[in-house]
Design a binder for this molecule. Sequence first.
Ligand SMILES: Cc1cc2nc3c(=O)[nH]c(=O)nc-3n(C[C@H](O)[C@H](O)[C@H](O)COP(=O)(O)O)c2cc1C
Length: 338
Amino acid sequence: MKKIARYVLSFFPKSFEESLRFLVHRVRDSFGLARAYRYDFDLYRRYSGIFRPSMQGVIEAKIIKAYHRVEKGLSLADPRPGFGKDAVQTVLDGVEQYVQRFGQNHTTHRALNTLKEYVRFNSANNADVAWVEARLQRLGNSIGSENAGGTRRVTRDEIAAAANIDLKDFFNSRYSIRQFTSQAVDDDLLTQAVQMAKKTPSVCNRESGCVFVVSDQEQKARLLSLQNGNRGFGDQADRVLVITSRLDAFLTVGERYQCWIDGGLFAMSLIYALHSLGLGSCCLNWSVEPEADQAMKQLPGIPKGHAIIMLLAVGHIPAELLVAQSPRRPLNEVLNFI
Ligand SMILES: Cc1cc2nc3c(=O)[nH]c(=O)nc-3n(C[C@H](O)[C@H](O)[C@H](O)COP(=O)(O)O)c2cc1C
């Protein structure tokens, strides 16, 4: 077939062949793009909260979204008494449904703690919250003892004291590391890093970011074979992390790209947390077509209902090594005062 095409093209000028090649690539890429969007569309439709309102994760995300609205309201300089009735209603409905179907958990505890503070604030400001109190009483056993949810009083001085670190050196000393020692990475270090990264902001505090740590050599090799940027160093990294964003944390059409934002922010925090613990890491892009994504989700432990944000090669840094300089654009190309 190729031979025939070449023979036919030999009757035309070279520029015609180039235009034809360009056109063929355009058509192929347009179909590829449409197919990839279709894949993302199916993933979001199947696993987000839009069409699966009764999934456990979706109910939980709804509760978090709603109680966080109440927390935010309470944290304003001058909250309006009686604010956010619809959010409160959503929290109560959600918690009732959740407790009945799945039992209580940290989310139901935090949600109800927040409502207790809402009641205190409104009672002090003569707003009618008897209806909230009555429902809270019925849910009394689900409130739990954890003192989380609602607001916390902080001072500027305490924030400044804790944040007074030289971030410039910290940022500038992080490089993508592509050489690792053979020393094993302790689970405890990874746990500490993830614990730190959990403080990353996320939309309505829904924390979609998750990490899957791959240590098994065979699984690691399979994983790395699906990724196209780790040749020459991926196999040296003691661990490969798969950073994902759970889609059941997202509830609306408007949130269809939120997984990439929240997952990306979470990934960045994790990279800096690992850096603070002396570990080296290198992001590994997950810029793949649907087949690779599907293959990844066949691996044990990688959930189908998560968007894969990136992989991260993690290991100990040799005493001396070369890193790519990766010089940055001039500041004036990035910073625009408009
Ligand atoms: C999302 C993302 C994907 C990346 N993918 C790869 C990759 O597949 N392979 C690789 O060697 N580096 C990868 N990198 C690392 C970049 O090349 C690197 O961050 C950039 O050159 C800046 O260098 P620095 O990290 O040393 O500051 C990736 C970085 C990001 C943020």
